[in-house]
Design a protein around this ligand. Structure first.
Ligand code: AMP
Length: 601
């Protein structure tokens, strides 16, 4: 799946004919654009709060359009299960988000307080996100597919003060853990229908009776705006902090990497529970004043083709797993649909195999443009551009304003330093750790309450991404793999530690080791190896029971799909489970240096 050197030669370069494009791309000359670009010049495309009061994402996304000639343009168009749509114009979104901010204010939710969401992709989620920013509070969206344990942990770590959710999700995932969350003062149900659950509030009723809005709060570039949890190899999930200035990067990358133009109908398929669904499902398109499609349902090939065709989508941002599923369903499925409006397709989140890039030409009449970024970077950092050639399998080149490099690693995988400066890989096609020069506006400003963990990400003047990559002689970056044990399954980043901890809460489980194993569609799927306590037999019934137990606690997006029993997990002499070795054994790969492995018990 990973693009290798052979890919560069196997897959011919895809050239573009700009003259045939329906619109002139925003970035035509890559080198000249990079040379001329500064983040301050990007900021000039934003308005800033009136009276020079600072910067607020919601003002840039909504208010400035609501006050202008595009007030009645659709900002968000939601596609329901039956294919019908409901829309919010910029003017409508302005009113609704003001009202939501007013509701928060009336409840005493304050500047910097964390407001969480746990819903599907419904209008209330988007209104809540922007309204929260107008109140100078901090928004933290959660995946509705999370089980109660990930929900509890994130609400606890983020000291959630308010939560927007639905009745069904509240009953299933929040009510059982509510007593463990003393900071969570307000739970607002979007579908209370006049009869909220005990200890919850009826959001619609509060919206109707909201006091008149006193005006958008003053926020500054460096004020915290968004909190996105991401997973690491060890410990609890990390809350990556993003500030209002991130909107500068959303604006610039929407322009260059997604090639947004004012009349676009744009569809980002990501859920806002993942940073892509927030940065590019909401902020970037609205900052550009375009119409953004939100599908309230999940992936289904015919449904997706219908949406592309019926909604006349022009720019589409999706993910490799989704594209692989469509590819599996066959390009014929696309042929019955009129995709003539579609002019740009991009993908992010996992390695995009060159087959899919090329297949895009068959199915959508154009190649898929891969780009790379992560929760911590807050916005797209490396990309293929509408006007520039594509080397299938490559993530592309750094965005204007982004300085990328490869840091050399020693045999133990640690960055090589010379004095206090990182040693960079300069030769083409040599693997190093992908690094970025700090200073871009959407860079995370910390892991909530974990200063040391944040500090460790910066070495020798660079932010280390944890990904391994190589760069060819022309400056194109190629993903090689993760430098750590974190698993990427269907675009979700999964911390093995979180899964192992949950498994070990089952009475039969003594130890667990969790890895990702390759899967042709999901990229990787989660596999667990389990050591049982004495007295428990490794039966099929027990295997299914433990998988079911994990699914209930963690949710289907995170729980292991495969589980093997083992008599002894490989460990270091200090007792740490060696996931690297588990993986090598599972995949029949060389085991590498095993000198620190403890002899089997
Ligand atoms: P997340 O923070 O959940 O968005 O996950 C970020 C991680 O996803 C990156 O560090 C990469 O490991 C992986 N990733 C994102 N985009 C790409 C891409 N275009 N190619 C390969 N891996 C990617």
């Amino acid at each position: 799946m990973t693009a290798g050197i052979e890919s560069a030669t196997r897959w011919p370069i895809i050239h573009k004919d700009i003259a045939a494009f329906p619109v002139q791309p925003n970035l035509v000359d890559y080198d000249a654009t990079c040379a001329a670009f500064t983040w301050d010049s990007a900021r000039r495309g934003l308005s800033g709060l009136p009276g020079g009061r600072g910067l607020n994402i919601a003002y840039e996304a909504v208010d400035r359009h609501a006050a202008g000639p595009h007030a009645e343009r659709e900002a968000l168009r939601f596609v329901r299960a039956d294919g019908t749509t409901r829309s919010l114009t910029y003017a409508g979104l302005f009113e609704e988000t003001n009202r939501f901010a007013s509701v928060l204010r009336a409840l005493g939710v304050d500047r910097g307080d964390r407001v969480f969401s746990l819903t599907g992709r419904i209008p209330e989620l988007y209104v809540a996100m922007l309204g929260t920013l107008k109140n100078a509070s901090v928004f933290c969206p959660l995946f509705s597919a999370f089980g109660p344990e990930p929900v509890r942990q994130r609400l606890h770590l983020g000291s959630g003060r308010a939560l927007i959710t639905t009745r069904a999700l509240y009953r299933k995932k929040v009510a059982p853990i509510r007593a463990e969350l003393p900071d969570l003062l307000h739970v607002l149900l979007v579908d209370a229908d006049g009869a909220p659950e005990p200890d919850t509030l009826d959001l619609a009723a509060l919206m109707r009776s909201a006091p008149e809005f006193g005006g958008i709060a003053t926020t500054h570039r460096e004020d915290m705006a968004l909190l996105h949890f991401t997973s690491g190899t060890t410990g609890t999930p990390k809350g990556a902090i993003h500030v209002h200035d991130a909107v500068t990067a959303h604006f610039a990358t929407g322009r260059f990497a997604l090639d947004l133009h004012p009349d676009d109908i744009y569809w980002c398929t990501a859920d806002p529970g993942w940073v892509t669904g927030t940065s590019y499902g909401l902020i970037a398109p609205l900052v550009h004043g375009v119409t953004s499609i939100v599908d309230e349902e999940e992936l289904e090939a015919d449904r997706w083709y219908r949406i592309l065709a019926e909604q006349r989508v022009t720019v589409w941002y999706t993910a490799p797993t989704a594209l692989r599923m469509l590819m599996k369903a066959g390009a014929d499925r696309a042929r019955g649909h009129d995709l003539s409006a579609l002019r740009f397709v991009a993908s992010v989140g996992e390695p995009l195999n060159p087959e899919v890039v090329v297949w895009g030409q068959e199915a959508f009449g154009q190649p898929v443009h891969d780009n790379w970024w992560q929760t911590e970077t807050g916005g797209i950092m490396i990309s293929n551009y509408a006007a520039t050639e594509i080397r299938p399998g490559s993530m592309g080149r750094p965005l204007p304003g982004v300085e990328a490099a490869l840091v050399a690693r020693d045999d133990e995988g640690k960055p090589v330093l010379h004095n206090i400066t990182a040693v960079l890989v300069t030769d083409p096609d040599v693997v190093g750790e992908l690094a970025l020069r700090p200073g871009w506006p959407s860079m995370f400003r910390g892991y909530l309450n974990e200063e040391e963990r944040y500090r460790r990400c910066f070495v020798g003047g660079w932010y280390l991404t944890g990904d391994l990559a190589r760069r060819d002689a022309d400056g194109y970056y190629w993903f090689v793999g993760r430098g750590d044990d974190v698993i990427k399954s269907s675009g979700h980043l999964i911390g093995p530690f979180e899964v192992e901890s949950s498994l070990m809460e089952h009475e039969a489980v003594a130890e667990a080791g969790v890895i990702g194993v390759p899967d042709p569609v999901a990229g990787e799927i989660v596999k667990a190896f389990v050591e049982l306590h004495p007295g428990f037999e490794p039966t099929e019934a027990l295997r299914l029971e433990i998988i079911g137990f994990a699914r209930k606690r963690l949710g289907p997006a995170v729980a292991p799909r495969l589980l093997d029993f083992t008599d002894s997990l490989p460990r270091t002499r200090s007792g740490k489970i060696l996931r690297r070795l588990l993986k090598a054994r599972e995949l029949g790969l060389p085991e590498g240096d095993t000198s620190t492995v403890e002899a089997p018990r």
